[in-house]
Design a protein around this ligand. Structure first.
Ligand code: ZN
Length: 211
């Protein structure tokens, strides 16, 4: 992916004048690319892929779903310390952080997302009605975005990427009180009804361990 650009950059200093310089670059690029550089590319690929990245692991996991609503994330409006008068504030209602204000962020401090496959994906073929939604209503959905997954960070530290069939590509960014052990994850959805529709499923999750 990178090398053709590299070859162009090399070709530009000794390019001849006139109008055929672009064709010349193209010829040089192809010639260089098909020459011993392909060997270099292969070696580079081996070096990049073998040393640091572990192969992904497939694992049968019990998955549940959640959203940012008060029942999924156990928060309530207004604290009893303020006699519930500050109803515009959100407080954590249970767990070790009960009484503290609820930010709506994940345990790693990020904004939770549902996976978005982006404009140039199979999703645009399967769900073509999403194309105008991406182009006009939510232009940030043009780019693919990982979903938020809650997991036990003893087994899957923040940043672990997982592919969950039926949900999509996600990344561990959150924790949950009931999400304990290596076989248990919680998937973030934007709406509570989508989370209820998912319910509880056992699926084969592909886990990429972080480098
Ligand atoms: Zn919910």
């Amino acid at each position: 992916m990178v090398l053709p650009h590299l070859s162009i950059a090399v070709s530009i200093p000794n390019m001849p004048g006139g109008t055929s310089w672009l064709a010349d670059i193209r010829v040089r690029t192809t010639r260089n690319f098909l020459g011993h550089e392909i060997l270099f590319l292969a070696l580079l690929a081996v070096l990049l892929c073998s040393g640091c990245a572990k192969p992904p692991v497939a694992k049968l996991m019990e998955t549940t779903a959640y959203c940012g609503c008060s029942s999924c994330c156990s928060w309530e409006r207004g604290s009893w310390a303020m006699l519930k008068l500050d109803f515009w504030n959100r407080y954590v209602s249970s767990g070790p952080n009960a009484g503290r204000s609820y930010s709506g962020l994940t345990a790693s401090g990020t904004v939770p997302y549902e996976p978005e496959e982006g404009l140039f994906s199979m999703d645009s073929i399967y769900r073509p009605w999403m194309i105008p939604v991406r182009l006009i209503l939510f232009p940030w959905y043009l780019l693919p975005h990982d979903g938020t997954i809650a997991a036990d960070t003893k087994y899957y530290p923040f940043g672990t990427r997982m592919y969950v069939p039926g949900y999509g590509q996600g990344v561990v960014e959150d924790r949950g009180g009931a999400i304990k052990g290596p076989n248990r994850i919680d998937l973030y959805f934007d709406s509570h009804s989508d989370a209820l529709t998912w319910g509880r499923k056992k699926v084969r999750v592909t886990i990429e361990h972080p480098r």
